[in-house]
Design a protein around this ligand. Sequence first.
Ligand code: AMP
Length: 112
Amino acid sequence: MSDCLFCKIAAGEIPSNKVYEDALCYAFYDIAPQAPTHFLVIPKVHIGSVSEIDGTNSGVVAHIFEVIAKLAGDLGLTSYRVVSNIGEQAGQSVLHLHFHVLSGRDMTWPPG
Ligand code: AMP
């Protein structure tokens, strides 16, 4: 999508602190970290949020979760939280599907 911040980051048109990249997804550190380790994993294809996942694009989402497990292992994360906000009330500020991976501090439940 031409006017999407995360599409531009995935394409390398806007700089980011890259964690990982392959043909399907891109991972980079969050610009405003909410935990000692906080990175985002996004599909390269534009998907607006979890609410747009269906049979045509769920393969990339499964792949992203494989990548999250691999990156967590590579980074030595033994406990972490994976979060995706959907819609304004839940706190979604970028309208391109992304999974937050947060680790390195005690976390509360339920989230605020
Ligand atoms: P959400 O609020 O769940 O939509 O998450 C969007 C996340 O993107 C926030 O945690 C932001 O800090 C992060 N973010 C926004 N712009 C950038 C950027 N240019 N590079 C890295 N992270 C960003």
